[in-house]
Design a protein around this ligand. Structure first.
Ligand code: NI
Ligand code: MN
Length: 225
């Protein structure tokens, strides 16, 4: 499984020959100006919640690629009304896709579309596959629900927000990694705007003092598990 960081909370995941885009917010992110949204491959687009910094480029990618939108019922219905193919889920439910098994998990956050319309409850995803198991937390606070995850899934990688203010910050993300029993963390949702700028070396050293690995990828760079 190859996970490429596209800036903010946007990812491209290559798994079993399938291309998955997560929470595409590229054309609105000046830090991601070197990513060409028109060349991204997508068979699926996973959306954690309806905020603009997670959905901005869904329409253009879905239109160009015909990718299937996977999210909660309300978000998939929204894109269905625009003519896009989708697979609706809700919290705690799992579905076996051709690349692996996906579970929509709880997140403590909010979820409205940019026009204010209801985006359902926000969530995250667990992907279990032959190439490893990954947790994409989405925008969330630290929550006790994270303790449920290792009861069912042994994670190889967790993708956690670390920018604070709108989501968990570093200290909470370290506790989250204890709750989910995963010590390999890819940080997202930091540095994009002023409220969420972080000190990279302080973040890395706090994680390593807790005997965890924090990856802060340059935009366009990837890690493989
Ligand atoms: Ni959000
Ligand atoms: Mn966000």
């Amino acid at each position: 499984m190859k996970v490429t960081f596209l800036g903010h909370a946007s990812l491209s995941i290559e798994l079993a020959g399938i291309n998955i885009i997560v929470d595409p917010f590229i054309t609105g992110n000046s830090l991601a100006k070197d990513i060409d949204v028109n060349s991204l491959k997508a068979d699926y687009i996973l959306i954690t919640h309806a905020h603009q910094d997670h959905i901005l480029d869904v329409d253009s990618i879905a239109k160009r690629t015909g990718a299937k939108v996977v999210s909660n019922y309300e978000i998939v219905t929204h894109y269905g009304n625009l003519g896009f193919d989708g697979h609706p889920m809700n919290h705690g439910g799992s579905w076996q896709f051709d690349f692996g098994r996906v579970t929509y998990t709880n997140a403590v956050h909010t979820s409205s579309f940019p026009d204010g319309s209801y985006g359902g409850q926000p969530g995250g995803f667990i992907i279990e596959s032959k190439e490893g198991n990954v947790y994409i937390a989405g925008d969330t606070a630290l929550t006790m629900d994270m303790k449920l995850i290792p009861l069912q899934t042994k994670l190889d990688l967790a993708i956690l927000p670390i920018g604070d203010n709108f989501t968990m910050g570093i200290d909470s993300a370290i506790i989250a990694s204890d709750f989910i029993e995963c010590s390999k963390i890819l940080g997202v949702h930091y540095d994009t705007f002023g409220y969420i700028e972080i000190d990279h070396s302080e973040a890395r050293s706090k994680f390593s003092k807790s005997e965890k690995e924090l990856h802060l990828l340059k935009i366009g760079h990837a890690l493989t598990i």
